[in-house]
Design a binder for this molecule. Structure first.
Ligand SMILES: *Cc1c(COP(=O)(O)O)cnc(C)c1O
Length: 374
């Protein structure tokens, strides 16, 4: 017997949500609709306002987030739409050492007078965040941060910000809705670079912003329309196709990441991974996440050693971005725009879904080669 009132688990929703109504002879998936306009009359009007493929993806992600999702052309377009909610001249509190694209958008906004002030603070230091929150118009968080993997105490920060009337946005790209649900923890918006885990195959750029507040969700939609930050038809199709296996990919890549982090740490390397018992974010991550994500960072002593390690890998591809089925790695500070709070020798590993022994063997030979050359 099935209980019709029992909520479906996220794994089931990843597979079933965002499907067309079941009608004999109808397609099982919402087909991509390549059109810039619609015949005048009832329903859709123009391609910048609506697309059936966006709606299917938004339905599925919205159900996973516990809110209403709006799809954007990229993760950064979703970030920009939420930042657009800040009043002109307003103050934003944001995490140090977080995603460089977001920090760049905040810096540009401050330089151009769009924001009055941007206050960067260590998100793992709750007292420090509270110390700079006074008079802010938005608390922007990212947890764990990209790439430092700092874990913010989300329940404490959300409640402190709300107490002061400050809304909170959380970039949960590293977690996916299967691992962290910021809206359930009280956040006003959750943002994803769906380019990463949600789409999951390194073949599409797409962003998601979601809110449990229908008015906020409506404003996100109108911002998208007004700024033209619309996703491509094919990208939305690929993202929903990728989402169908999100739970399987997340499960495997998290299990792989846990093994690799343990082994790297056992070899004496400085490893950042919230799943390690000794990691500063471990207890918090255990309390507020379901798993620890699939990004592992290793702090090598200097840039040159880090580059030699990256170059010596054969199976792991040196590439920016993350969250695909394939394992990739990069020394983040090779980008001149990366935050100076990120150590020069930090290598970020995006752990994929390959066989973990193959992944380890490659990392192991690359590291052994390093010490071999002194
Ligand atoms: C990649 C990334 C973004 C930006 O997403 P794009 O899809 O590249 O625009 C935002 N936040 C985080 C944490 C990211 O890793």
């Amino acid at each position: 017997m099935t209980d019709a009132t029992r909520p479906l688990s996220p794994s089931t929703l990843a597979v079933t949500a965002g499907r067309p109504v079941r009608v004999a002879g109808a397609p099982l998936n919402v087909p991509p609709t390549f059109t810039s306009t619609y015949v005048q009359g009832e329903g859709a009007v123009y391609g910048r306002f609506d697309n059936p493929g966006w709606a299917a993806l938004e339905d599925a992600v919205g159900q996973l987030e516990g809110g209403r999702a709006v799809a954007f052309a990229s993760g950064l377009a979703a970030v920009a739409a939420v930042l657009d909610e800040v009043p002109v001249g307003g103050t934003v509190v944001a995490p140090l050492g977080s995603y460089s694209g977001t920090l760049n958008a905040l810096q540009r906004g401050q330089d151009g007078g769009r924001f009055g002030e941007v206050r960067l603070v260590d998100p793992a230091d709750t007292a420090a965040v509270l110390g700079v929150l006074g008079g802010a118009d938005l608390l922007w968080l990212e947890s764990p941060t990209n790439p430092l993997l700092a874990v913010a105490d989300l329940p404490a920060l959300v409640s402190a910000a709300h107490h002061r009337g400050i809304p909170v946005a959380v970039d949960a790209t590293f977690c996916t809705p299967l691992v962290l649900q910021p809206l359930a923890l009280g956040a006003d918006w959750v943002v994803h670079s769906a380019t990463k885990y949600l789409a999951g195959h390194s073949d599409a750029l797409l962003g998601i912003a979601a809110s449990a507040d229908p008015e906020r969700a409506d404003r996100l939609r109108s911002t998208r329309t007004a700024l033209g930050a619309t996703p491509g038809t094919m990208e939305a199709f690929l993202a929903l196709r990728g989402l169908r296996t999100l739970h399987l990919r997340v499960e495997r890549s998290q299990a792989n990441a846990a093994v690799l982090a343990e082994r790297l740490s056992a070899r004496g390397f400085v490893v950042r991974y919230p799943g390690l018992v000794g990691d500063p974010g471990h207890v918090r991550a255990k309390d507020q996440m379901r798993g620890f994500g699939s990004i592992v960072c290793v702090d090598l002593p200097d840039a040159e050693t880090a580059e030699r390690f990256v170059d010596a890998c054969r199976l792991w591809t040196p590439a920016t971005s993350l969250g695909g089925v394939e394992s990739t790695l990069e020394r983040r500070r090779r980008h001149s725009g990366e935050s100076l709070d990120v150590p020069v020798g930090l290598v970020r590993l995006s752990v994929g879904v390959e066989d973990v022994e193959d992944l380890w063997a490659d990392v192991d030979q690359a590291l052994t080669g390093l010490s071999g050359r002194g």
